[in-house]
Structure formats: C-alpha cells, structure tokens
Ligand binder design. Structure first.
Ligand code: N01
Length: 487
C-alpha cells in the first residue's frame, strides 16, 4: 500500500508528485498506462502540434524554462520539458509505466482505495486522478467508418508510417487540432478535403522564435521571465472581461478575426463558409496565421455539406457526392464530459465520478467530491479555461489537494467535502453561465449530453486561485480511518 496513488504522468501527475514531495509526502506511486510520460503532449504528435497558450505561462510556475525556442512552443519541446521536469525534480522513479488503471474503488471496510490494473491490484490511502480531459480520443459517429479501404488516423494517434505525399486526403473537423495540421499537410498531399461542420473563430497568431539573447537573459535573470509570465497572465485575464462579464466585448476580437479572413481568403463564398455564426469564445477560440491561407491552395477544398456516410473509397456527403480518398484523418476531439476514466472511479456509495460531469454528483472546487474520501481530480469539472493556461488552474487545485492530503495522512483520517457545500459550489457555478459567452448559444465539447457546461471555469482565474489557496477544514467531513486499516 502507498500513501498516495497518482493516475497519469502528464502535467497533472508530475505536478502532483512534486507538490506532494514538497509537503513531505514521500510514499507515492504514479500509475501510467503508456511506456513513457507526458500525457497529451506524448500522444499528440501530428504535424504542427503546438500549444496555443504562451509557454512562459504554459509551464509550471516552479519550473520556468528559459530555453523555450518559440513563445508558443511546439509539441516536441513541451514533451522534452516534461521529461526534464521529471528528472530535475526526481519523480521519474515513482512512475510505474505500462500500468493501465481499469478501476479505482473505495474499500469502506479498510478505508482505502483499491486500484485494479493490468499488473494486479494496488492499495492507496489517497488518490489523485490526473488523467486529463484530452486523453480519450473520439472518432466520428459515422456509418461505414470501418469500411474505409485506406488508413484512418485520429490526430491524437498520428501514424508517422502513413505517407501522405501525393495522396488524396480527407480531414473531418475544424477545431484546434485541425487548424494546426491542415496547413502542414496541405503542401505535400495531392488533394485535401476539409469536412467542416461548424466554422471556428480564428485569431492571428502572435507566436515567434525566442532570440538567443532573450534565452540568456531568462537564464541569468529569472525575474525577467517571471515578469513576462506575469504580464501574459494579466493580459489573458483582461480578456476574461469579455468571456465572463460582458460577451458583447467579443465583437472587437470578432472584427480582428473577420479582418484576418478577409485578408487571407479571396473567394467570398469560401469566406462565407468559414464565417462563424455564434459569439467568439462560445467554442474554443483558435489562433493561426496559416489556416485560412490553406484554402487559397488549388489542392484544398472546403466541404460544408454534411457527411452522410463513409464508404470504402471515400466520404459521401448529403448531396450525394462521393469524395474519393486514400487517407482519412479524424480531427474530431476527445471524450471530455464523458471521459471514460471518470466512469472507472467509484466512491463509497457506488456511484462514479462520471456523475460529476453529468450533473448528478456535486463537486467541490472541481477537485473533490462527497462520498469520495481522500480522492482528488485534476482537470475536474468546471476547471477548464477558454482564455488562459489550464496549468494555472491545476496548480491552484494542487494547493488545496496537497494540503488536504498532507492533513489526512498526518492525522490518519478520511477527508471529503460536505455535500451541501459541494452542492452550493456547483450550483453557484452553473448560475453564472447564462450571462457569460458560453451561455450565448452554441454547442461545444464544453457541454454534456444535457447541454450543461461541466468543463469551463466561468470566472477570472485569480478567483479560483483564491478559493483553493488553502484547505478549508470546515467545508469537509473528517472521519477516522477504520481500525483494520490502521493495523
Ligand atoms: O477537437 P475539437 P480538437 N462530423 O473537439 C468536428 C486541445 N488542443 O482535437 O464544432 C463532422 O475542438 C467538430 O465539429 P463541431 C484544445 O483544448 C489544444 O481540435 O462539433 N465533424 C470540430 O470541428 C482543444 O479545444 C491544443 O460542429 C465532426 C472538430 O471535429 C481540444 O484539444 C492543440 C464530427 C473537433 O474539434 C480539442 O481540440 C490541439 C462529425 N461526426 C488541441 N464530430 C493546444 O494548442 C466532431 N466533428 C493546447
């Protein structure tokens, strides 16, 4: 048995281990289903994959990286950063690679968590679920998909052995992954059919290479990089005024996006097809200088007629046209509100964490849940962002979770949020949505099947930081660990 079991070794899992160590918790095991660490930044290797949050902010506050080569880093550098953090903070040895956690269930008799993996059963006094919300890829629910003759690959499982050169390629989806991959592959393929269901708002990308002398400055004067991080943080927070307070302010950014479209796409009909009909910010805002110009290429076609089905030789749209293809790429996102991992975590009353995303289980600060003692979830319900770095939210969650865990272990107790406190927290969050941009009318992966937004934090991030800065004992039920477990 370990004191703390962490599931996942991406940003969340590594950050949790480091923070726990800093609080004196040493008996930790990290369970990782893959053979290497990095989570979503290990899995997403499609061409052009990069973070759309600036790297000074999309990195741990306690582990700045002075050598980012671009202000918005590409996937290989972010993955390397995580490898370096694991070594620099000496947490790599805690990771049990190739351990796929199939079930996490609270054993009330022993007051412990039981983790069932492909390598047998493990026990833990506390658990941190750090599997992330972008871990389980989603293929489109289209009839005939399995009949397609050529390779089908999801952006999150890119197969580098599939040669796209001079192939007729189709890509389904026009979200964050698609806008990055389309400009990269368009020049090498024979033809590219982009199947768009809903156009995205796209803003100009401000990323640029970081000069050597800036890297040297950051290495020698860490305060300089901290100042840049702080500047970026507050600049992003300012945009939350539009997301959260007054969505009409988004019209300014909508103007920037329309200008970009106007400048980069000549054909008025294509421009019209690429123009969103909902408020900017309601779905994730994308940034790219290369996405729209891809549609100026002779070999790229934007298809907006809905897909009817997939056939052996291509994709048939509702107008009866068969788009003949050699390779099909699915840029269709992830299971987020219906994340399979949440279905595998069972509390003391039998329900699963999935209920927190469906609305049946209240959550406390997106991190803990009544009936799930000593268990914490990173990237839990309503901790996602549309305007800044999720790592800021994750570190906030860790401020609370690691304090609560240290308290539970130190006093040998079980800690869980009080139901009425969690209900109030969840209700207050839901009450905010109608006046925010997310309540302005669109459908997105932020919403569950009932249309309830269980992904986004609908406020400034500093309010979340304030709410999670300590372990508020009065908000929790504290009970003693069963005597069997103490023996
Ligand atoms: O996935 P998405 P993603 N038929 O869910 C379409 C993060 N990320 O992988 O809008 C046709 O955004 C769907 O259409 P619609 C980031 O948080 C980050 O691109 O539902 N189309 C949409 O266009 C991001 O938000 C980075 O109508 C179908 C697309 O597929 C999240 O990952 C980079 C369809 C899915 O878009 C997910 O992004 C990349 C169907 N049956 C990703 N089903 C960073 O830089 C779905 N679609 C940090």
């Amino acid at each position: 048995m370990v004191d703390v079991a962490i599931v996942g070794s991406g940003f969340g899992g590594l950050g949790a281990a480091i923070r726990l160590r800093q609080r004196g918790v040493r008996d930790i095991a990290i369970f990782e289903r893959a053979s290497s660490l990095g989570g979503t930044w290990r899995d997403n290797i499609y061409p052009g994959c990069r973070c759309d949050v600036a790297s000074d902010l999309y990195s741990f506050s306690f582990a700045p990286n002075p050598t980012w080569t671009n202000t918005y880093s590409y996937q290989p550098e972010i993955r390397q950063y995580l490898e370096d953090v694991a070594d620099g903070y000496d947490v790599r040895d805690l990771i049990q690679f190739n351990h796929d956690v199939a079930d996490v269930t609270f054993d009330a008799e022993l007051s412990q968590w039981r983790l069932t993996t492909n390598h047998g059963e493990f026990r833990a006094r506390c658990v941190i679920v750090a599997t992330g919300s972008l871990a389980e890829l989603k293929l489109p629910d289209l009839s005939g998909l399995i009949d397609f003759n050529g390779p089908i690959m999801h952006t999150a499982r890119w197969d580098e052995n599939v040669d796209l050169a001079n192939k007729r390629v189709g890509i389904i989806g026009t979200g964050a992954s698609a806008v990055q991959v389309i400009p990269e592959i368009a020049p090498i393929v024979e033809s590219l059919c982009v199947f768009q269901r809903t156009p995205s708002w796209v803003l100009p990308h401000r990323g640029h290479p970081v000069m050597d002398r800036t890297q040297r400055l950051f290495a020698n004067v860490p305060l300089a990089q901290r100042a840049v991080r702080t500047y970026r943080y507050w600049r992003n927070e300012l945009t939350a005024l539009g997301f959260v307070r007054d969505p009409r302010r988004m019209s300014l950014a909508e103007g920037f996006s329309r200008d970009l479209l106007e400048r980069q796409v000549a054909d008025p009909q294509v421009r019209e097809q690429l123009s969103p009909r909902y408020r900017l910010g309601c779905k994730r805002v994308l940034i790219s200088n290369a996405y729209y110009p891809a549609f100026e290429r002779d070999n790229v076609e934007l298809v907006t007629t809905p897909i009817q089905c997939v056939e052996g030789s291509g994709v048939r749209t509702a107008d009866g046209v068969l788009h003949s293809l050699d390779v099909l790429i699915s840029a269709t996102g992830f299971y987020v509100t219906d994340n399979p991992m949440a279905q595998k975590v069972h509390g003391m009353h039998g329900g699963s964490l999935a209920d927190a995303f469906h609305g049946g289980l209240p959550h406390y600060k997106g991190t803990s849940f009544p009936g799930f003692p000593n268990l914490y979830m990173l990237g839990g319900p309503n901790t996602g962002l549309g305007h800044s770095s999720v790592l800021f939210m994750m570190e906030s969650q860790l401020n609370y979770a690691t304090r609560a865990i240290a308290n539970a272990l130190g006093n040998n107790v079980l800690v869980e949020p009080k139901t009425h406190v969690a209900r109030r927290w969840t209700r207050d969050i839901q009450a905010k949505f109608p006046s925010t941009v997310w309540g302005s009318g669109c459908s997105s992966w932020y919403q569950n099947a009932q249309g309830r937004n269980t992904v986004i934090w609908p406020n400034f991030t500093f309010t979340f930081r304030r709410a999670t800065r300590r372990f508020a004992k009065r908000d929790h039920l504290v009970s003693s660990v069963s005597s069997t477990s103490r023996d």
